[in-house]
Design a protein around this ligand. Structure first.
Ligand code: GDP
Length: 328
């Protein structure tokens, strides 16, 4: 069954009025790959743009099982209890390719999802995102236009998704677990470089002492890394999404971050720079779409692929030849 496409007028009105069903439909429109939808989505975003920008955009990452959804539910409920409107989005790198979802199904954060001050967007369904995080920025803007003051973007600490998310939010929070001394190995180091704060989660029960030790270790490691900002020292805190312990203190630090960067003029500068980066990403994606969609090129592409596969041509050379023929 296909549903009649809502008009841009209707969506603009509904989103501006903070209506959740309208916001949901607007997000679906923005995530759609259909050319006709994309035209409408652009028109809608342009109209809503003046209503955006006031939100606090926070990215939250961590490996599966670190306690992201539990933490977000705890934080979200604390915020809505204080009268703050919170939107939660998920960027799941697994859902487009494998069909499986690392971030789980639509039953997550059920309590928060029922809260009238909250909007929880389920993990994007299979294939709805044309590439990791491609539409997340626009979806964040839609949430702001709908009056959400805090937008939490959840992502998994694998692949490129966290780098992308870190590049489109104001604050990037990395959740970690106290482990057996190997915390700072491998992929985690790369994630630490993106962090505006590291929180050792599940610091409750028998785990409290280990969490304290991990906190000291991470603080030491971060001390040796280049600073992201002259106006902010990346704190390492402990918290428990399950008990809620440390969550309010953690949020206070995020607000301190905002105050410090706003005062230094770095807040707006960072947003402006992110806008430019988003433009370049859109150019890359746009060019790639044109290239892949170029019917005249299709046979040549297939031919070059097999030559590369057979080792007759280097990948670079093959690409160069194709790009030379490409006339969009
Ligand atoms: P996610 O995969 O990162 O979203 O993690 P979940 O929030 O789904 O949590 C994974 C598991 O860890 C679940 O069994 C939770 O009950 C448990 N968990 C989550 N947060 C905490 C916490 O703060 N303390 C403890 N002890 N367990 C937690």
């Amino acid at each position: 069954m296909t549903r009649a496409r809502p008009s841009v007028d209707e969506l603009e009105r509904g989103v501006s009025a903070g209506e959740r069903p309208a916001l949901g439909r607007a997000i679906t429109l923005v995530e759609s790959r259909l050319a006709a939808d994309q035209v409408l989505a652009r028109a809608l975003l342009e109209r809503l743009l003046p209503r955006t920008g006031a939100g606090l955009r926070v990215g939250i990452t961590g490996v599966p099982g670190v306690g992201k959804s539990t933490f977000i539910e705890a934080l979200g409920k604390q915020l809505t209890a204080a009268g703050t409107r919170v939107a939660v989005l998920a960027v799941d790198p697994s859902s487009t390719r494998s069909g499986g979802s690392i971030l789980g199904d639509k039953t997550r954060m059920q309590e928060l999802a029922r809260d009238p001050l909250a909007f929880v967007r389920p993990s994007p369904s299979r294939g709805s995102l044309g590439g990791v995080a491609r539409r997340t920025r626009e979806v964040m803007l839609l949430c702001e236009a709908a009056g959400y003051e805090v937008v939490l973007v959840e992502t998994v600490g694998v692949g490129q998704s966290e780098t992308m998310v870190a590049g489109m939010v104001d604050f990037f929070l990395v959740l970690m677990l106290a482990g057996a001394g190997d915390e700072l190995q491998g992929i985690k180091r790369g994630i630490l470089e993106l962090a505006d704060m590291v929180a050792i989660n599940k610091a409750d029960g028998d785990n409290q002492e280990a969490a304290r030790r991990a906190r000291v270790e991470y603080a030491r490691a971060l001390h040796l890394m280049p600073r992201k900002s002259a106006h902010w020292t990346v704190p390492v805190v402990t918290c428990s999404g399950l008990s809620g312990l440390g969550v309010a203190e953690l949020w206070a630090q995020i607000q301190a971050f905002r105050a410090a960067l706003e005062q230094a003029g770095e807040w707006q500068q960072k947003r402006a720079e992110q806008g430019v980066q988003a433009m370049w990403r859109a150019i890359e994606w746009g060019l790639l779409d044109l290239f892949r969609g170029d019917a005249a090129l299709r046979e040549r592409v297939i031919a070059q692929e097999s030559r590369v596969r057979a080792g007759e041509l280097t990948p670079d050379h093959a690409a160069l030849e194709l790009l030379r023929t490409f006339r969009p």
